[in-house]
Ligand binder design. Structure first.
Ligand code: F6R
Length: 615
């Protein structure tokens, strides 16, 4: 969702701002803009609907000379994705400009009040009220831009990360955070702000993550002064150290980030296992729960959205099978408003969020925490809100995921949840140390099993042909692999815009079977597991209606090979519960090939955002 970049220093601001916007593209957006404070004492801006590269082209002929500025990618919430609605937004004088991520819930009331006081609005956005509120506050702020922003945000309800410049406060950028992510940094005599650490990774490895209610003033000499809601200085703001190289967020020879991130899965899982598995079984030091607290857990809530929700479904099986603790999985957006939430004295809530910034997931976590449960965050982003607002964290360490559709974070999250399930089983005695070690040994085989699947990507490329004429498709699987089907269908929908319906294979005959006709593509996840024969029967039912079968099957399954038009082969797995972590890789690659054949931008699918920071 919306991305913010700000710079002030001695160098020209526009090059860093535009480069920063490009690195934030993965968050998802539909328009962009930049505003620079010129040496002539005025603000100069360029905005456009569409991609950052359009903005970059327009900037070539614009007068963007100046060493202080703000920039933004907008994911439309209030008003269409037009040039007028793109940020930055200015006040009436044109001397104040703001960019904003989040939603101003009371903007209608504020706008009516501001209009009644004579302010003229240009856009349909909620954000523009902030510019006009700063304009009013600036008049009494005695030249203190943060003070003006503090007064302005004091009128807002909702969520925001805001960056603001004022032509009458040369070289200064004031920023505020409440509910939407914002990081700031000082490096090499310049000061920076951004929605996340990606644009800053090329200039520093040390960033400050602002807390809700905090403000910062960035100065042209590189100073960053953090203050709280009351204006008191915050001497020791939260800091994170970026643990990956800026090159991790570049293509490095791959055609697209999706291809790169799919290929990175074995190493991501190896890193995770190396960190947490040892002679003593599984060690998760940042859980911040004692052995006794873990042993006492009698109910687990797994709360997440989208792909991360699919992780929770697999995690439920792992926790219930290994640790023998009952688990409830819930979509965060549903959990927030459910009336029937039952929290025991020893309920543990695990939120799963690769970005750590998903608004629904954070709201659900806050709710269950208020009800007395401890919250543990499984996340890929160090210093994210999910981490900071939780009692403990399990950092999945998959490295930056730039493609909007999650791949490596998905499989790494599943492995992280497996480690958590084993740690719980170790603590409550459901498994002995030898059993835990044996499961860890099985997990250690996964990276090489994925490498085998990656080496077979030609199978996926050929299978993509089965979708050439299709306008819809069906994904089936049983047991843990019904989830593989859900995830495969989500991937293909997200990046190729081809409709895909996912069902537990046995449920097909209760409705979706009506979809089938000659050539209709049906992807069936049918590994050689305890339910394989039942799934083979479902394949027969599909064939009887003329469907074209693409099967994900275990090496050597001749029967499935005879029935399917295409087989995506997976190697034998030691434990059927771990099959989803390997089988899904074929469905990621398949989705990518289908999307490429349909001419889609696999990294930046339409309408989607990487980090969904609004409810
Ligand atoms: C799909 C995808 C989304 C996210 C969902 C939650 O590929 O990535 O479905 O999983 O928006 O995001 P996080 O995991 O960041 O909370």
């Amino acid at each position: 969702m919306c991305g913010i970049v700000a710079y002030t220093g001695q160098d020209q601001a526009a090059p860093f701002l535009l480069k920063g916007l490009a690195t934030l593209e993965y968050r998802g957006y539909d328009s962009a803009g930049v505003e620079v404070m010129g040496a002539d004492g005025a603000l100069h801006g360029v905005k456009c609907a569409g991609k950052v590269k359009v903005l970059v082209d327009r900037c070539r002929t614009a007068n963007l000379v100046g060493t202080c500025g703000i920039a933004h990618t907008r994911w439309a919430t209030h008003g269409a994705p037009t040039e007028t609605n793109a940020h930055p937004h200015r006040d009436c004088s044109g001397r104040i400009a703001v960019v904003h991520n989040g939603i101003v819930e009371n903007f209608r009331e504020l706008r009516a009040e501001l209009e009644a006081r004579g302010h003229a609005f240009e856009s349909e956005t909620d954000t523009e009220v902030i510019a006009h509120l700063v304009e009013e506050a600036w008049a009494d702020a005695a030249g203190d831009l943060v003070a003006a922003l503090r007064v302005a945000t004091g009128h807002l309800q909702g969520s925001w990360a805001v960056a603001c410049i004022c032509a009458d406060a040369p070289g200064q950028v004031a920023v505020a955070r409440n509910g939407s992510p914002l990081v700031v940094a000082s490096a090499g005599g310049a000061a920076y702000a951004a929605s996340d650490i990606t644009p800053l990774a090329s200039v520093t490895s040390n960033v400050i993550t602002l807390e809700n209610g905090q403000f910062a003033l960035l100065g042209p000499d590189g100073t960053v002064a953090v203050s709280d809601e009351a204006g008191a200085p915050v001497d020791e703001p939260s800091r994170v150290t970026i643990d990956w190289d800026a090159s991790a967020a570049t293509l490095g020879g791959f055609a697209d980030f999706m291809a790169k991130e799919i290929a990175e899965q074995p190493e991501a899982i190896e890193r995770l296992l190396a960190q947490h598995v040892g002679d003593g079984g599984v060690a998760l030091d940042k859980l911040r729960l004692t052995n006794d607290e873990l042993a006492a857990v009698d109910k687990v809530y797994l709360i997440a959205c989208g792909t991360s929700y699919h992780v929770s479904l697999i995690a439920r099986t792992m926790i219930q099978t290994w640790a023998k603790v009952p688990v409830v999985c819930d979509y965060a957006s549903e959990f927030i408003y459910e009336q029937d939430v039952l929290v025991t004295d020893n309920t543990l809530c695990v939120i799963i969020s690769q970005s750590g910034e998903t608004a629904d997931t954070l709201a659900a976590a806050r709710r269950i925490r208020k009800m007395g449960a401890k919250v543990l965050a499984v996340t890929n982003v160090l210093g994210s809100t999910a981490e900071r607002e939780s009692d403990g964290v399990l950092y999945v360490q998959a490295g930056p995921e730039v493609c909007v559709a999650s791949t490596k974070a998905y499989t790494a999250q599943m492995v992280a949840c497996a480690l958590f399930a084993l740690r719980l089983a170790q603590a409550n005695g459901a498994l002995g140390l030898d059993e835990v070690r044996a499961h860890c040994a099985d997990l250690a085989l996964i990276p090489d099993k994925i490498r085998e699947v990656l080496a077979r990507e030609e199978q996926d490329r050929l299978a993509a042909n089965a979708f050439r004429e299709a306008s819809s498709s069906l994904y089936l699987g049983r047991g843990v692999n019904s989830t593989t089907a859900y995830e495969g269908a989500l991937k293909i929908k997200e990046i190729s815009y081809l409709h895909a319906e996912a069902y537990p294979a046995g449920e097909m005959k209760h409705g979706p079977i009506a979809l089938l006709e000659k050539g209709f593509p049906v992807v069936v996840v049918v590994p050689s597991d305890s339910v394989r024969d039942k799934t083979v029967s479902n394949i027969q039912e599909c064939l009887a209606r003329g469907a074209s079968i693409i099967a994900v099957a275990t090496d050597g399954d001749e029967k499935v090979a005879q029935l399917a038009k295409h087989v995506l082969w997976i190697p034998e797995m030691p434990d059927e519960m771990l099959v989803p972590i390997v089988a899904v890789v074929h469905l990621q690659i398949l989705a990518r090939y289908v999307a490429l054949a349909r001419g889609c931008d696999v990294d930046k699918p339409r309408n989607l955002a990487k980090s969904v920071t609004v409810e």
